[in-house]
Write a protein that binds this ligand. Structure first.
Ligand code: ADP
Ligand code: MG
Length: 723
């Protein structure tokens, strides 16, 4: 199980005129890499608030009362806005219900996609520079420590060389990529043009040809042109001649048949471009080094394949073998130091666990032990490890939060007890006097102190488990592999640093994205305004914008709610395909369980700011346990349900005064007395499935789900599907 996002004990309120509204009340869930988690619940249950919290875009009147959102070893609730900016829209993207609200009505679609790219590109380059520098500095120090101070100058020199030639190579590659992207753009533009001529479309052909000629000027990278420049200029002037020979009557007129000579010239140009694109690619990582060492050498005096061969041995023998050797030692050194610290720290972790387990502590001593052991843990992290261990990175905040919660509860419980006592006494006294008392005493909402206390121990226990596994696996770590991964990491970061997206590149990428999300004729659509698109097409555009920066996580908040049913299905399929092809992790929010039947891996059912049932899609569809889930299933339309669908009676509770017991009790015909008095705990159904309902208590009467639900399950079991 590879968790990409962990939400723990999230609590969010809003300040409102009427009081504090508790929108999200202590929810926890994990999102696994490459999986879809559906969050399902009626309007107002806190779904959007949850997703906005992940992106750090809650309204100004929000109060984040507690919890953690762990992504990439960081708690998103605690990082700076600047840091959040590098994540939002970049690594985590979001699409909303109403595509129009995400689009600017007066800006052409293409520009809206490219703007997102250009903007993100700027931020990326900055943060990549930082990552590159920090990691290289760490590696350098580690290499020096591993190899001794007398190697210091040599190592410093090598690291600086590594930095320089990386950047040098990427600069060359960048120019090359610009030309590749131009050439690819031209090929598809020529295809468009030929296609439109064949269909006799009305189009500004002159502008089209001008665009082609302008594009051709941009295919100019010296590595690319070395073997092809005469061929390309010949094809270009051929086309120029053919174009001037072709004089349609009016500028905007429909294409007549293209004369043969024009057709041929276009096809010929396309073929030459194709040849250029298929040619051997220079290895810029190696060439960058060669250029750094031999600045006078004219690289284009050799063909690409000669250069590739020449620079391979040169780089390896002159630099790389030695560097990787030292790098591996540096990595191993850093690993070993961290490992030794981990081993040394284990008794302290056991001590801390026993200390919390024994339970004789006040807030000060509990905090003191936590800070001490947390510092040791932080100190034992191998900063050169590329896969960050989020348990270790967030250990301090997790532990301190658990302690805080416990002590808050200790204070709060007696207050609650006292209130209960007071009110009960008053009520009893009134009744004793023979009065008719209308009001009831609100039951005590006290925390389970034992549970909170155990959680403190559990946090330490989890840390222990993590490090024990780490220590056990230590002998199997392969530094050959780590060394190569590290070099790849540097290459990737360096290319982000100098990867400057030009407008033209952004356009080509935007058109590819439009194609990927299923927009027909993207080259025409690129120049249109949002109002010229249907609702479904607009949502596709919004998805394209969300994907522009290649995010890891896509949050979809009711993305199909505003669309027709047929279009809905297409958008769902699109999201599903994108998820598979891009290995995206998806949080899919909807009020309609039916929507997620075929796409969710896991489902969290939310009601009144809490998750009331959580499980795999099979768990929730085939073995639902919470009456609220039953109600959702009963109100879910499907093709075979002959009976009238059951709308859920009543309305959700007022979240300024959330009910003390199960929030659904008022609308639940299976509710028992205890549902009105006490919050149900999570009852485990199986390893992946739990529900928070008193019906699962061993003493509860046995209740079957409503007929409409059991019938549906039976039908699904027969057909083996949810539809
Ligand atoms: N800015 C805000 N101020 C006050 N209340 C809000 C604000 N945003 C959301 N809420 C309230 O929080 C609760 C959860 O809202 P939301 O997450 O949007 O529900 P949904 O599950 O429909 O997406 C609702 O009661 C809503 O009215
Ligand atoms: Mg919502």
């Amino acid at each position: 199980m590879d968790k990409i996002l962990e939400v723990k004990n999230l609590k969010i309120s809003f300040r409102t005129q009427g009081g504090t509204l508790k929108a999200v009340r202590d929810i926890s869930f994990d999102l696994e890499r490459g999986k879809t988690l559906a969050i399902v619940g009626e309007s107002g249950s806190g779904k959007s608030v949850t997703s906005k919290a992940v992106l750090g875009i809650l309204a100004g009147n929000s109060i984040t009362e507690g919890g953690e959102i762990i992504y990439d070893g960081r708690d998103l609730l605690k990082i700076s806005e600047e840091e959040m900016c590098t994540i939002r829209g970049n690594r985590i993207s979001m699409i909303f219900q109403d595509p129009l609200s995400s689009l600017n009505p007066i800006v052409k679609i293409g520009q809206q996609i490219t703007e997102a790219m250009l903007l993100k590109n700027k931020g990326n380059r900055k943060s990549a520079r930082k990552d590159f520098n920090t990691t290289l500095a760490l590696l350098k120090n580690s290499m020096i420590a591993a190899l001794g101070l007398d190697k210091k100058n040599e190592i410093t020199e090598m690291c600086s060389t590594f930095d320089k030639f990386n950047i040098e190579g990427i600069k060359l590659e960048n120019s090359y990529n610009n030309s590749v992207s131009e050439a690819e753009g031209l090929v598809s533009e020529i295809e468009d043009l030929l296609f439109m001529a064949e269909k006799k479309q009305k189009i500004d052909y002159k502008a089209r040809f001008n665009e082609i000629f302008a594009g051709l000027k941009m295919v100019k990278d010296p590595f690319m042109m070395r073997d092809y420049s005469s061929k390309l200029s010949e094809a270009t002037s051929n086309l120029k001649n053919a174009v001037s020979a072709y004089t349609p009557a009016k500028k905007n007129e429909e294409f007549k048949e293209f004369p043969e000579i024009l057709n041929n010239a276009l096809n010929n140009l396309k073929a030459v471009l194709g040849e250029i694109l298929a040619a051997e690619r220079p290895n810029f990582f190696r060439i960058g080094y060669y250029k750094l060492k031999n600045p006078q050498f004219d690289l284009t005096s050799k063909s690409v394949s000669e250069l590739n061969a020449l620079t391979l041995d040169y780089l390896n023998e002159d630099f790389m073998f030695k560097f990787i050797d030292m790098e591996k030692k540096g990595l191993k050194y850093s690993f070993d130091v961290a490992l030794a610290k981990k081993k040394e720290l284990m008794p302290k972790l056991y001590e801390a666990r026993d200390f919390y387990k024994k339970g004789e502590f006040d807030k000060n001593s509990a905090d003191k032990v936590a800070t001490e052991v947390a510092s040791l843990v932080e100190n034992s992290i191998d900063r050169l490890e590329l896969n960050k261990d989020s348990v270790a990175y967030t250990f301090r905040t997790t532990l301190l939060t658990a302690i805080e919660k416990y002590f808050v509860a200790i204070k709060k419980n007696p207050q609650e007890e006292a209130r209960f006592e007071r009110q009960s006494k008053k009520r009893d006294a009134l009744i004793a006097k023979g009065k008719h008392v209308e009001w009831k005493v609100v039951p005590k909402s006290v925390y389970d102190l034992d549970e909170l206390k155990t959680e403190i121990t559990n946090v330490v226990e989890r840390m222990i488990g993590r490090y024990e596994a780490y220590i056990e696996a230590a002998p199997t770590v392969d530094f050959e592999v780590r060394g190569v991964e590290m070099i790849d990491y540097f290459k990737a970061k360096a290319s982000e640093v100098v990867y400057k997206v030009t407008k033209r590149m952004a356009k080509e990428k935007a058109i590819k994205l439009m194609e990927e999300v299923g927009i027909p004729d993207p080259r025409i659509r690129y120049y249109q305004y949002p109002f010229e698109f249907s609702g479904g097409m607009r949502q596709r555009i919004v998805i394209a914008i969300a994907l522009a920066a290649d995010p890891d996580i896509l949050i979809c908040d009711e993305p199909t709610t505003a669309l027709d049913v047929t279009i809905q299905a297409q958008i769902l399929e699109l999201i599903n395909n994108l998820k598979r092809e891009r290995n995206l992790s998806v949080i899919f929010i909807t009020h309609d369980l039916g929507v997620v039947a075929n796409m969710a891996d896991d489902i969290a059912v939310m009601y009144a700011g809490k998750i009331v049932e959580y499980g795999s899609a099979d768990d929730v569809f085939y073995d639902p346990r919470h009456p609220y889930t039953w109600a959702l299933l009963a109100s879910m339309p499907d093709l075979d349900t002959k009976e009238k669908l059951d709308a859920i009676p009543g309305t959700p509770p007022n979240m300024i005064y959330p009910p003390v017991g199960d929030a659904f009790a008022d609308r639940n015909k299976y509710a028992m007395q205890i549902d009105f008095e006490q919050q149900p705990p999570k009852f485990k159904v199986n390893e992946t499935h739990w529900a928070a309902t008193w019906l699962l208590h061993p003493n509860a009467p046995k209740v079957e789900p409503p007929r409409i639900v059991t019938d549906r399950i039976e039908r699904m079991t027969k057909t083996g599907g949810t539809n």
